[in-house]
Ligand binder design. Structure first.
Ligand code: DAT
Ligand code: MG
Length: 138
């Protein structure tokens, strides 16, 4: 069993896509073990995207993800990290296949609706960053 941090970004909440995204994860058979709605603090967003600190889009990225409410979630299942990344689709709009969340609902590299952890180590760090242990099912 594996856990992954998934977040509907402010554009996804604004566009009323939270239900559609939840439905896709439920349909796929992953188990929801944590869920909350919040406007991210700047320091949380900066820590979340620390790996991109030197990128030219970093400041815009932090601004964007703190611009409104997000839906923070933890989903559990066998190979949950890779399965969620498949469902989310590629970062580059041209590479985001139809049938994926990004491929079906966005063509913008920044306003791309959803985040998903990319590896076991980042999943663990991101879950610990966004959730207290008591907020997650055991
Ligand atoms: P992903 O969210 O698919 O894991 P990432 O970790 O490479 O992608 O980048 C984090 C976020 O940064 C991404 O969801 C959107 C934004 N981003 C990435 N590359 C970008 C670019 N070239 N221009 C603007 N924003 C970008
Ligand atoms: Mg990433």
């Amino acid at each position: 069993m594996e856990r992954t941090y998934i977040m509907v970004k402010p554009d996804g909440v604004e566009r009323r896509l939270t239900g559609e995204i939840l439905r896709r994860f439920e349909n796929r058979g992953l188990r929801l073990v944590g869920l909350k709605l919040l406007v991210p603090a700047r320091e949380t967003a900066e820590a979340h995207y620390a790996v991109h600190r030197e990128k030219p889009f970093y400041n815009d990225l932090v601004e964007f993800v703190t611009s409104g409410p997000v839906v923070a979630m933890v989903w559990e299942g066998k190979d949950a990290i890779k399965i969620a990344r498949q469902m989310i689709g590629a970062t580059k709009p041209l590479d985001a296949a139809p049938g994926t969340i990004r491929g079906d609902y966005t063509a913008d590299v920044m306003s791309n609706l959803i985040h998903g952890s990319d590896a076991p180590e980042t999943a663990e760090a991101e879950i610990a960053l966004w959730f207290r242990p008591g907020e997650l099912l055991t």
